[in-house]
Design a protein. Sequence first.
Length: 382
Amino acid sequence: MNNGQKKKEIRVWCDGCYDMVHFGHANSLRQAKALGDVLIVGVHTDEEIAKHKGPPVFTQEERYKMVKAIKWVDQVVEGAPYVTTLETLDKYQCDFCVHGDDITVTADGIDTYHLVKEAGKYREVSRTAGVSTTDLVGRMLLLTREHFKRGDKEYSVALEHSSNLGTDSTARSPYTGCSQFLPTTQKIIQFSSGLSPKPTDRVVYVAGAFDLFHVGHLDFLAAAHKQGDFLIVGLHTDLEVNRYKGSNYPIMNLHERVLSVLACKYVHEVVIGAPYSVTADLMDHFKVDVVCHGMTQIAPGVNVTDPYLVPKERNCFKILDSGNTMTTEDIVQRIIRHRLEFEERNNKKEKKELAAVKAIAKKSVKQNGDCKITQQEPIKSH
């Protein structure tokens, strides 16, 4: 800069519920961070979310921890107000607020960002199509075995379910309606750290499904990260996960799980579709020094073999106790226990979004009409 002036640090504000933190949230925060230098993220309390949207799946303490672990986040503000104000931006010295191009409204149907929009301190980033907390909750409520496939059979099941809930299956919100996530190499590159282990690094390897990425996974990865310098996570294929977990698992497909894990600040690299058994070839290829597993039960391989036989023979296998016993099954059980509450939440959210979409369309038509009248008035005056 001229005269030795230091470039002004641009501070960006984001806020939200961040319930069941997924790669869509992470992608929004990644885009927000790219607009500035420091990213401050406000997370709402359980009370505020219950008032405006319905009951959250994760507790506020779980949501605070999850957001803090996203690699692009510099600071988390706990208990941020539901409506974003200029006072909030000023308090944290933020230049502007960033949000996705979906609609967020209060219990009264008011745009939660109307104040910062009117002040010209609002920026918008593209929402990640194909995923939302509402969509993930819906997948668990439907409990279809092949929910990650959007074929005719799946569509008919979804319609039947909508009909049973008394909803209009033709009037779907563009923000919470189910749509298939389309993975690209570009998206993976954007999420990847792009780092390689240094010759002196101690390489740690862990593997699993990491389905519905949650605080149990997070605490385990934090513990694994402490075992060395470079953490590699192997993610099993959908078919493999279904083999050893059965039922409707995985809830999220392989590509969705890859991005969710890559967004975690403890993870350096991901092996996409890793073999279930940790082989000598895999360990030698990645120069793995230690292989870790959590306290959960280890399912046998296809031939009833121990998938960790090789690292055990090499005396580099370690069981880690992260102190957190949460599993993906626990999250699903939360949803099932409160099924009716979450069904009502999803329906209410969709209705509010549809009402907001109609209001915006109506306002746009009126504004266009006023413009036409204004343009015609000079002609009438002659």
